[in-house]
Design a protein around this ligand. Structure first.
Ligand SMILES: *Cc1c(COP(=O)(O)O)cnc(C)c1O
Length: 393
């Protein structure tokens, strides 16, 4: 195993950290496609199973390719431990079931991934774990929602699709004053643009399916944080319950991490250019992007993030008809809800991701009928503008 010291910077760690070189001398990381591992003797098998001797037993517990991914991502997030999972949802489930019991309480931002909301309301609730949803940017709302049984505060920042921010440092303080853990789903910024643990968060969640892969190929997730919480409690749940990351997917994500920093800079540059251009279009009512001076939390975005990310949304003047017309006129941008891909994608939140909400709930969430979300990819910016201009007005 090559030796590293702790002084390497982000871009070096993203390429080098955690590599396990075998006797073959391979340069790129190998994929260990094996479900189990062989022991030298009955005695060694017994020592592994009892936990006396560290080492691989079965790939639902540990796998060398997956471990390389875990060590690399942990270095990038500044975390002690990382557990890789089969998907982002598996990471959120493992965090909740590894740490909570019946009677415990979660306070969560209302502006989170729709499936995460369903996990809380339809499934965790069945086992006596209740969730109270609050306004992401309203510290007063968070404060009054906390009860003696509250164990976790959960959020995504920036939010999707309106790109609202939470002040992570402030919410970490609130969490710790109340003996809670702050959990941040860092899917949209990735550690290349935002490092929640350095700001006081306890646990970071990833859907590796998005920007960590970066090319829309594989499902995966990760949980990062202190060794006693993530490396023991959550790992214990995950190896027992089963949603382990496949070694092939771990290898794809490792290749993704190697270009993460470059890609996030390019996504951010393209998104900022597109946001500025959209602000000037007569068909557009307003644009939501943290990199714009017009964004209500632009200052917070500048201090909390080192870049503004690849996600933006904008409201068209003509409501749903104008929204659908613009989407249907695109020839390049893909009509799909996925994000974090080199390929740009476009959606109409009011009739897709937020379609199950009542009109009142949508209005409360700020999802206007003319709202369009674009996950800005890495295509040429002029081609993206042409594609969006076609259906305007
Ligand atoms: C996609 C997504 C998830 C879920 O991840 P999967 O890999 O699809 O299970 C969780 N959080 C956010 C913010 C996401 O965008």
């Amino acid at each position: 195993m090559p030796e590293y010291n702790d002084n390497y910077s982000f871009d070096t760690l993203a390429i080098r950290e955690g590599q396990l070189r075998t006797n073959e001398g391979e340069h790129s990381e190998p994929i260990f496609t094996t479900s189990s591992y062989v022991f030298a003797s009955a005695e060694e098998a017994a020592a592994r199973f009892s936990g006396e001797q560290p080492g691989n037993i079965y790939s639902r517990f540990t796998n060398p390719t997956v471990r390389t991914f875990e060590q690399r991502l942990a270095a990038l997030e500044g975390a002690e431990s990382c557990v890789a999972t089969a998907s982002g949802m598996a990471a959120i489930l493992a965090t909740c079931l590894g740490l909570l019991k019946a009677g415990d309480h979660i306070v969560s931002s209302r502006s989170i991934f729709g499936t995460t909301t369903l996990l809380c309301t339809n499934y965790l609730a069945k086992f006596g774990i209740e969730t109270r949803f609050v306004d992401l940017a309203d510290i007063g709302d968070w404060t009054t929602a906390i009860r003696p049984e509250t164990r976790l505060l959960f959020l995504e920042t920036p939010s999707n699709p309106l790109t609202e921010l939470a002040d992570i440092e402030q919410l970490a303080q609130l969490a710790h004053q109340n003996d809670c853990l702050l959990v941040v789903d860092n899917c949209f910024c990735t550690p290349a643009l935002q490092q929640p643990i350095a700001l006081g968060a306890d646990i970071v969640i990833h859907s590796a399916t998005k920007f960590l892969d970066g090319q829309g190929r594989c499902m995966g997730g990760a949980i990062l944080g202190p060794k006693d919480i993530v490396g023991e409690e959550i790992f214990g749940f995950n190896r027992t319950a089963g949603p382990a990351m496949s070694p092939f997917n771990a290898w794809v994500f490792l290749k993704g991490l190697e270009t993460l920093s470059l890609r996030m800079k390019a996504h951010s540059a393209n998104a900022l250019a597109l946001a500025r251009w959209l602000e000037q279009q007569v068909a557009v009512e307003r644009v939501f992007y943290p990199g714009l001076e017009s964004h209500a939390q632009h200052q917070l975005a500048k201090t909390q993030q080192s870049g503004f990310g690849g996600l933006l949304s904008f409201e068209l003047k003509g409501g749903k008809d104008a929204g659908w017309k613009l989407i249907d006129a695109t020839r390049l941008i893909s009509i799909t809800a996925n994000l974090g891909d080199t390929k740009s994608t476009i959606t109409h939140p009011a009739t897709t991701t937020h379609g199950r909400l009542t009109p009142e709930q949508r209005e409360q969430a700020g999802i206007a009928d003319g709202l369009i979300r674009v996950a800005v990819g890495l295509e040429d910016i002029e081609d993206l503008k042409t594609d969006l201009a076609r259906g305007m007005g």
